[in-house]
Design a protein around this ligand. Structure first.
Ligand code: RET
Length: 309
């Protein structure tokens, strides 16, 4: 929604202040500064409702994922926990955005006079809670994919760090004071994203080559789905946040659809398929399932471990 603000009253006041006093013998020139018009871009009821709908969907998906987690032995629960955490963070971030807590106004220049003076500025709402959400959830989603592919630790670390760089540089792009600088940050984020595509798409597929046919087909399908979907995020960002060609409601709706697909649909697909493919699901013993081993348990009494008390 664009709300122009009329500054004619303020202009009159400034002009009055600057008018030379009648008694002056050396009259000063009257300078009326150009006060830029300010336009506000905020969401309307449509955007607001969309945020609440996704908030509820994320909350319900989280409950479903925690229930699914409880139905499998703890050794087989890694993907369930990662996926449930993703939707829980998303639920909290959508709650913040729907209640107006995760939003800040970003000002940019939208019009200049022939002499370069600023004539129009826009104050557009930026939903920073999104970036906080993505900085926590995208590494978890990537962990899901990397562990499914059986990628080595070094590649997983590089993938997750690239992902954090992508989201943080995206945040800088969103709040950049200068348009060119903003596109600079955007470029860094895209380079980091290309590395993610390389790690998951190329190395992940390579790591898969030793696995059985079912797992390979599943990984190929879910990683393609993910990478195609993720590629839509920088496109939406470029059109909405970057070029300001889409209003705030359009931006909310586009990200809402993508988030539901990338978190909710991805989660159900991964967990339901995974539960049917017992051979694919890693069984994790050790600390994950049993905590600190008996040998390493903290001793709280003479000859007794914490477990025994
Ligand atoms: C930004 C803008 C800067 C350039 C790039 C971006 C990529 C964002 C991505 C986000 C994925 C989010 C997901 C959320 C899940 O729910 C930061 C938009 C490349 C890929 C999957």
């Amino acid at each position: 929604m664009i709300i122009p603000q009329d500054f004619s009253e303020a202009t009159t006041q400034v002009a009055t202040v600057l008018r030379p006093p009648k008694t002056s013998h050396t009259p000063l020139p009257t300078v009326i500064p150009d006060i830029p018009r300010v336009y506000y871009q905020t969401s309307s009821e449509v955007g607001h409702r969309t945020l609440w709908v996704v908030c509820v969907l994320m909350g319900l998906s989280s409950i479903a994922f925690y229930i699914m987690a409880m139905r499998v032995p703890v050794q087989k629960r890694l993907f369930h926990v990662l996926t449930a955490l993703v939707t829980t963070f998303a639920f909290l971030s959508y709650y913040a955005m729907a209640t107006g807590d995760g939003i800040a106004s970003h000002t940019y220049v939208s019009g200049r006079s022939r002499h370069g003076a600023i004539t129009e500025v826009v104050k557009r709402d930026v939903y920073w809670a999104r970036y906080l959400d993505w900085s926590l959830t995208t590494p978890l989603l990537l962990l899901d994919l990397c562990l499914l592919a059986g990628l080595n630790g070094a590649s997983i670390l590089v993938t997750v760090v690239s992902d954090v760089i992508m989201i943080l540089t995206g945040l800088f792009a969103a709040f950049s004071r200068d348009e060119a600088q903003g596109w600079g940050w955007y470029t860094f984020a895209c380079i980091a994203y290309l590395n993610i595509i390389y790690q998951v798409g190329y190395k992940g597929r390579h790591a898969m080559s030793t696995r059985d046919n079912n797992t390979r087909t599943f990984f190929a399908a879910i990683s393609l789905f993910t990478l195609l979907l993720w590629t839509a995020y920088p496109i939406v960002w470029g059109i909405a946040d970057g070029a300001h060609r889409v209003n705030v409601d359009g931006e909310i709706i586009a990200y809402a659809v993508l988030d539901v697909l990338a978190k909710g649909v991805f989660g159900f697909w991964l967990l339901l398929t995974h539960d049917n493919m017992t051979r694919t699901s890693p069984s994790i013993d050790g600390f994950w399932s049993h905590g600190v081993s008996r040998d390493g348990a903290i001793r709280v009494g003479e000859g007794r471990t914490l477990d025994e008390n």
